[in-house]
Design a protein around this ligand. Structure first.
Ligand code: AMP
Ligand code: MG
Length: 689
């Protein structure tokens, strides 16, 4: 995708301005061209706006400029509506349908009648549209929301994630957007026929003009005191978009929402507002000058500060959400429980009861889970079953086991406090409350919480693709025969497995010999297909250390000499904007460096935030004397509550990695450890293994 030259953002309006001075709720357009702000443009009504847009696009095309044009109304309706109305899920068919049906002049338009007519197509009226702005009644168009019968979801997936947005079914009233969709899409459908337009996210954007749906309130708040809010907002959104790098814009446009459409920038609010820094800089691994051995803490702090998510977002159905990373705060569409209900099987009554015996006549029928709330007749009790919405008038539920039923009444002993055995609406989760925070790795319990509050999909980061590459002439692949002097490649299978356990997608980039051209070629291939690469071997400064040499040619490499054992230098670099972790070839060092350095870095890149392993302070079952100045990780396991370490510290001993169930971390100062001394044990499970 080639970049955009012009950013045009339009705030549509349902009103018609016939007066002299600019009115605040007319249509406003904000333009930034090549990052230069133009004055907001005042468009008195929709007819004026359509004419202006037509000449604007014609002029941009004539000048050879690419335009990203944003409009502040939904480009699609909740799932199922387009097909019900037009027979196709393609929302652009719906645009054309509206264009044929909508009549709109500066004096009047048919939006309410049209909404009523659409409602009549669906089971004789009563929704999905509601709100009649006219004095006369319109067949099929309820005046109030509570009169509609739900035919379709109330909101699109993106609206559920955008608290404060309006539903497209509401045809009028303050802030409503329903009427604007009708009149707006009719105009856009005409413009689309007239110019080479692509509509996001339904079509690929490689033509001159691209339309995106925006919602300025997502990223723009209050205007300065002397500015009209709409004028300020469109201008600000145009500015925010014009500041994005091509990569970031591409990442934000990378959304799958073929039927309902999507609000541009959802999930990227902070970045659009400039509150978080855009992607990795080429010098992100640079070390402060003059440092010979970087302490582990400093190395980690640098990674933590310089890295951030590099993956775009997509909508993920909760059935596939396990292990995925939430890309935005998710709010509950509905309270849990949605209505007050009973926690037990029993009898619903009004109020509370003092000491002594009580008798209350029993009403007919019962309330079971799933029943709409009934009315409790005055002075009576009603049978209720666990989970049933409390009939109105019921304040208290008496446990079935505490009641005798005889002669059409219940008999029980007091005292019983008011509210006993009931659950209040929203006592668990309130509607609109945040249930999953951005960066959360979705668990089975989260899936339950999302489901219970009516959330069937959420924005997630795309899974991080991690390329794995082994280097060295001596390596051969398991399953083939090895000549004397050759070594089986252990790192690549190990790294692939570690990455899967971390929750990312491992991509096998194969093995390359000690050959710079071949290595460059492989880095190029990798940079096209993955988000980050891990290589092993050749990371130091010897004559056969080609990873560091090749990364050096890109001018974006830093050799990290970290004060840690095991671990020779790490070669950290950027290759065509993709970060590469050049790990040591020695499998023990490769694994320890991956767990300690690469894992938290990958977690940040994936959107899940920094993550540190949880350690446990436990007594040692070993003796060891250690020098000052570097941190050491020993292969360890716990037996009888004590930490054992592997007999040999030799860093070639892969069997020790397998023997161990975690690492013991010995801090930088010199120390002598004896049996019973407290040490910090990091189980493999705390690294997600
Ligand atoms: P290097 O970092 O390339 O100098 O390699 C250090 C040691 O690790 C050498 O003994 C290599 O043979 C060994 N080594 C390098 N890569 C691998 C691998 N993928 N699997 C097993 N051993 C390896
Ligand atoms: Mg080597």
């Amino acid at each position: 995708m080639k970049g955009f030259d012009t950013f045009l953002m339009v705030d549509w309006s349902g009103g018609n301005d016939r007066g002299a001075a600019p009115k605040k709720d007319a249509i406003w357009a904000g333009v930034h061209r090549k990052a230069i702000r133009q004055d907001p443009i005042y468009l008195r009504n929709r007819q004026v706006a359509e004419a202006w847009l037509t000449s604007f696009f014609a002029a941009e095309i004539a000048a050879g400029r690419r335009v990203l044009a944003g409009f502040d109304f939904p480009f699609g309706y909740p799932k199922g509506f387009a097909r019900a109305l037009t027979g196709s899920d393609n929302p652009l068919m719906l645009w054309d349908w509206l264009e044929r049906e909508v009549e709109d002049t500066p004096k009047s338009n048919n939006r309410f009648d049209l909404a009523g007519a659409i409602n009549c197509k669906f089971g004789g009226g009563q929704g999905p549209f509601w709100f009649n702005g006219l004095a006369r009644d319109i067949e099929g168009l309820p005046r109030r929301k509570d009169e509609i019968v739900a035919h379709f979801p109330e909101r699109r997936a993106c609206e559920i994630l955008a608290p404060g947005s309006f539903t497209c079914w509401q045809m009028g009233g303050a802030g409503a957007v329903g009427g604007q969709i009708f009149t707006g899409l009719a105009v856009l459908a005409r413009l689309r026929r007239q110019f080479d337009v692509a509509v996001w996210p339904f079509e690929p954007l490689h033509v001159a003009i691209s339309f995106v749906e925006i919602w300025p309130s997502l990223t723009v708040t209050e205007p300065p005191p002397d500015m009209i809010k709409d004028a300020w907002q469109v201008s600000e959104v145009a500015r925010q978009l014009s500041l994005l790098s091509e990569d970031r814009l591409r990442a934000m446009l990378d959304v799958q929402a073929p039927e309902e459409g999507w609000i541009f920038g959802l999930g990227f609010e902070q970045e659009l507002r400039g509150e978080i820094t855009p992607p990795l800089r080429n010098d992100c691994f640079a070390l402060p000058p003059g440092i010979h051995w970087t302490p582990v803490e400093d190395a980690l702090a640098l990674l933590r500060e310089r890295l951030h998510p590099v993956v775009s977002t997509e909508i993920c159905d909760i059935r596939h959400a396990l292990g995925r990373v939430a890309a935005a705060d998710v709010t509950a569409p509905r309270a849990h429980p949605p209505l007050p209900n009973t926690a037990v099987d029993g009898f619903g009554v009004a109020g509370h009861f003092g000491e002594g015996a009580h008798r209350i006549p029993l009403a007919q029928g019962r309330a079971a889970a799933g029943d709409a709330p009934k009315q409790l007749p005055q002075g009576k009790a009603i049978k209720v079953l666990t989970g049933a919405a409390l009939p109105s008038g019921v304040e208290t539920v008496i446990l079935q086991e505490d009641v005798a039923v005889a002669d059409g009444a219940i008999h029980f002993q007091g005292p019983i406090r008011s509210g006993a055995n009931t659950r209040a609406a929203g006592e668990d989760v309130i509607a609109g409350g945040v249930i999953v925070h951005r960066g959360r790795v979705i668990t089975a319990s989260d899936v339950a919480l999302l489901s219970a509050t009516g959330c069937s999909a959420l924005p997630t980061y795309r899974s991080l693709k991690v390329g794995v590459l082994s280097t060295g002439d001596e390596l051969v692949q398991p399953g083939t025969s090895a000549a004397p002097g050759q070594v089986y490649d252990a790192n690549r299978p190990m790294l692939m497995a570690l990455i899967s356990r971390f929750g990312h997608v491992p991509v096998d980039l194969g093995h390359v010999g000690d050959d710079r051209e071949a290595l460059q070629q492989r880095f190029d291939d990798g940079a096209r297909s993955v988000d980050v690469m891990l290589s092993s071997g050749g990371a130091s400064t010897g004559e056969e250390d080609h990873v560091s040499a090749v990364l050096e040619t890109a001018g974006a490499m830093a050799l990290w000499r970290i004060a840690v054992k095991p671990g020779r230098p790490l070669a950290l670099g950027m290759w065509r904007s993709v970060p590469i972790f050049g790990l040591p070839g020695n499998p023990v060092a490769a694994m320890v460096c991956t767990l300690i350095f690469a894992r938290p870095a990958l977690s940040l890149l994936s959107g899940a935030g920094w993550s540190e392993p949880h350690g446990f302070e436990l007594p040692a079952a070993f003796s060891k004397r250690k020098k000052a100045g570097r941190r050491e990780y020993l292969r360890a396991r716990v037996r009888d509550g004590k930490v054992e370490v592997f007999a040999s510290e030799g860093s070639g001993r892969i069997s020790g990695l397998s023997w161990a169930e975690g690492l013991v971390e010995l801090p930088e100062p010199a120390m002598e450890i004896g049996p019973g001394d407290v040490v910090r044990f990091l189980p493999y499970s705390s690294f997600g293994l």
